[in-house]
Design a protein around this ligand. Structure first.
Ligand code: AMP
Ligand code: GLY
Length: 452
């Protein structure tokens, strides 16, 4: 099955975007006016997927990335100004808002925008605490009986230091830390060094047992106690081949993945995500949005490493292309609190095609990247896409680099191995000075047997 027919659909969207610039744009009617908040590869993937929905009339992005202007209108507003975003929602008759990044979610943008009456896919600040406080997530997991690493919570780094024992330990900052708040220390000395570092100074610290096993990302749509699994994916977090080097925002992803086969997605979501959703609902702070469980398949079975209150990046880049049906209507049902009824008549289906994404990065990433280098993109075959994350247009209209993870090459294939070959063949055709990528994304797919 060819899942999408890009050309015709993109042309239709462009025509619609032109029409949208004329006055008289209204709610619903001919289709949904949608708004994506955020501006990275994940948000590109969300907007790209919306562009493939018959129900969608227009797509706006705040701030988006310049390459998204092919199919979306970019609106230059700061994400911490909910008041200005509300004005835009009203003036542009937005019907559906999807929020991408962790920071505005943790700041409560979902609560602010919901007060305007628009449909918002974003958990409340109270429910999103599963992501912005690791000690809160641990507490909820233990109440819910969900397996996770054993842990101790300390008010600050100095107190945590007194609580250190010999041997390996995971040291975590309690709050959002932009991917820099987790150190897997091999011994006490490494843990002490971690606790002395800037990233962990200041707030609450969680010390955790070190787990080992394969990791996988299981995302679910959660509407109160209704939990609907999305296609599982595998992320590759370290900068270097063979999982070496520093942690990054994610160097590539694959779905489906042998680390967590599709047929385990719903049973594991029922076992590891639904109990947490129930506890939040019972506490009067139900979760409504995307709940991402980072899982590890340990010798004692599946355990939850962390929760995120949003789509993963780069998981979204391979999960969203696999979602069948009308994504915008599915998101609308989720945001409106009608997920159970909607998925009863429109069950979520996963495409049997495989998708692999490879992050092409600028020299220096994940430290300070070189920016401003001209990007050359050769001709790409069908069913290979570039999801831009940090590029911008030069004066002559060409693209230049503008950040660390510049763009994600996303390729479709019959199998993960096939998609991987196609992604890397395409990656070779996209160059700039100093660009690098991991060469082993999805390389281990198909080599392991996994059970529930
Ligand atoms: P987090 O930000 O919580 O996802 O952690 C980032 C990465 O640190 C995870 O993807 C794991 O690879 C690793 N990690 C976190 N917690 C543990 C743990 N308890 N045991 C082993 N590795 C962990
Ligand atoms: N891929 C990891 C994250 O989105 O947090």
């Amino acid at each position: 099955m060819r899942f999408f027919n890009d050309g015709a659909r993109i042309r239709k969207i462009i025509a619609q975007q032109r029409a949208q610039r004329s006055p008289g744009r209204t709610h619903g009617g001919a289709g949904l006016n949608t708004l994506v908040l955020g501006g990275g590869g994940r948000e590109y993937a969300i907007a790209w997927r919306l562009a493939r929905c018959d129900s969608v009339l227009t797509i706006d992005a705040i701030p988006g990335t310049p390459a998204m202007s092919l199919f979306a209108r970019l609106v230059d507003l700061p994400l911490d100004r909910a008041d200005r975003i509300e004005q835009h929602i009203a003036a542009s008759h937005i019907d559906l808002v999807i929020v991408g990044p962790d920071e505005p979610i943790a700041a409560g943008i979902g609560d602010a925008l919901r007060r305007t009456g628009v449909t918002v896919v974003c958990p409340s600040r109270a429910a999103a605490k599963l992501e912005w406080s690791k000690s809160f997530a641990k507490d909820v997991m233990s109440e819910a009986g969900v397996p996770t690493a054993s842990y101790r919570v300390f008010p600050d780094a100095a107190t945590a230091r007194l609580g250190l024992r010999d041997g390996p330990v995971v040291v975590k900052a309690d709050g959002l830390a932009g991917g820099k708040g987790v150190i897997v220390a091999r011994d006490r000395a490494e843990a002490e060094a971690a606790l002395a570092s800037n990233a962990l100074s200041g707030g609450t610290i969680v010390l955790e047992e070190v787990l080992s096993g394969e990791e996988a990302s299981l995302l679910a749509l959660v509407d109160g106690e209704t939990v609907v699994a999305l296609p599982p994916a595998r992320d590759h977090k370290r900068a270097g081949d063979g999982d070496t080097g520093p942690n990054t925002g994610g160097m590539g992803a694959c779905s489906p993945t042998s680390a967590l086969p599709d047929d385990l997605a719903q049973p594991l979501a029922d076992r590891l995500i639904a109990p947490v959703a129930r506890v939040l609902a019972q506490r009067g702070t139900p979760f409504r949005g995307i709940l991402y469980a980072g899982l590890m398949h340990t010798a004692e079975g599946w355990k939850v490493i962390e929760f995120n209150a949003r789509f993963g990046d780069p998981e979204a880049q391979v999960i969203l292309p696999r979602l069948g049906g009308d994504f915008a209507k599915l998101m609308q049902a989720l945001g409106d609190g009608r997920l159970a009824a909607y998925t009863h008549t429109n069950p979520v289906r996963f495409s049997q095609r495989a998708y692999v994404s490879v992050a092409l990065c600028a020299e220096g990433y994940p430290g300070r990247p070189r920016v401003g280098d001209p990007i050359t993109i050769g001709s790409l075959p069908d069913d290979v896409w570039t999801f831009h994350a940090a590029s911008k247009r030069a004066a002559d209209g060409s693209f230049v680099t503008a950040g660390g993870r510049v763009l994600h090459v996303v390729a479709q294939g019959d199998t993960p191995t096939h998609a991987r070959e196609r992604a890397y063949a395409a990656a070779e055709r996209i160059t700039w000075r100093g660009r690098f990528y991991r060469s082993d994304i999805a390389a281990s797919e198909g080599r392991v047997e996994v059970t529930a």
